[in-house]
Design a protein around this ligand. Sequence first.
Ligand SMILES: Cc1ncc(COP(=O)(O)O)c(C=O)c1O
Length: 251
Amino acid sequence: MQQIPGAWQRTARGAGLLAPDGSSVPTIFAEMSALATATGALNLGQGFPDQNGPEAVMDAARRAIADGVNQYAPGRGFPELLAAIAEHQQRFYGISLDPAREVLVTVGATEGLAATLLALVDSPDDEVVVFEPYYDSYAACVALSGARLVPVPLRWPDFQPDLERLASAVSDRTRVILVNDPHNPTGTVFSREVLDEIVRLAHLHDAVIVTDEVYEHLVFDGPHVPIATLPGAAERTLSISSAGKTFSLTG
Ligand SMILES: Cc1ncc(COP(=O)(O)O)c(C=O)c1O
């Protein structure tokens, strides 16, 4: 098909998915999943389980559809779901939220991330700080928004960022510090020192902290600590979770 110019091009370029001839190439996920299917290999390329998710959740979904929950949902999400999400935050983290004002349902964390970045970033002078390696949709959304991606590397062997490097990456141009904790693909959990520094820098430079906590329930040592629970963080933090990851039902 003829390549029609548009915002998709800078989005694809930002994610490293624009071929030299101007066409788009598949994401690493599509490429690896296709190869795993073709060769029968175990697929470690994309974050979904090789077996069905929990029966109870699948039953509840089937029942809900059969019982009439099958038309447009309110834009923010069904009140029952908003209340359940607020209850989750209270039960696991002691975070109190008003479900009617402080919770939003999106189609996966990926839509939540896209909506958040497009809402908060609006100029080519804006910067979004991310920790590298990162989920490829970050670069695509930041490129779509027209802003600049500022990666801070995670370092072997514990994959924590260097605090000086982090401090020099955040400036008054930083609109968003995007924190994926627990982190994919390294599996690291940010130290308290790193989380404190992110909050300090966000205050110092008036940046918003956006979290990607889709792996919050896959922590092996100790409970997950959402950055929103740190002193002074909640008022400038937008936390993103994923029912797909939590319930092992990514479809
Ligand atoms: C770090 C990270 N965030 C978000 C997602 C996607 O979450 P969702 O399926 O809820 O859009 C993934 C999927 O692999 C991921 O690795």
